[in-house]
Design a protein around this ligand. Sequence first.
Ligand code: FE2
Length: 212
Amino acid sequence: MPIDDFNRRTILAAGLGAIAAGATAAPLDLTATQDLGPFYPVMRPLDQDADLTRVAGRRGVASGQRIIISGRVLDHAGRAVPHAALDIWQANSHGRYAHPGDTHDAPLDSNFQGSAKIVADAAGRYRFVTIKPGAYPIGGGLQRTPHIHVDVMGRSQRLTTQIYFPGEPLNATDILFPHASPQASVIARALGAVPGAAETLAFGWDVVLMTG
Ligand SMILES: [Fe+2]
């Protein structure tokens, strides 16, 4: 099955769940706000498309576990937020940001785009391809668990947050991971390997804004 067909199905399934929740008039749990962090991109490659595993003009592919993250941007009633903008940035597979403030002794990856600016469609659906970010040290013997930063701009509301991965051992000790319930709003759902592309893992993550 082509990857796009698979993602259309998974996005549709996620969206139908949200619509069903909205239809019952039970408000959805809002996505938690998370810190912007110190590595918001100050140097971006010209290429800011939805495939972070390749940089335009380069032949190589980013190192690391290839993943696809897809979902919808919704308001608290489960209504789509059409054409929401998502500003995405993350560490590479070695846990290093392409940022002058990241002096961590881990290699840069010139084939990794590192950041992206994408726009959801009219039904609030988005999708991007990237690599799973590595953990990185923050001093004091602590490490940030793997996460992806996202700044979501709806029609009337902006939300800065981070996407986490389920089952990560470092989630338990991360200083920003939300240890108190509800946690689910910032943890992606593991959807397994992408049919026809077994080396790629799919994750689902919906963003819920109060007003959209
Ligand atoms: Fe970070």
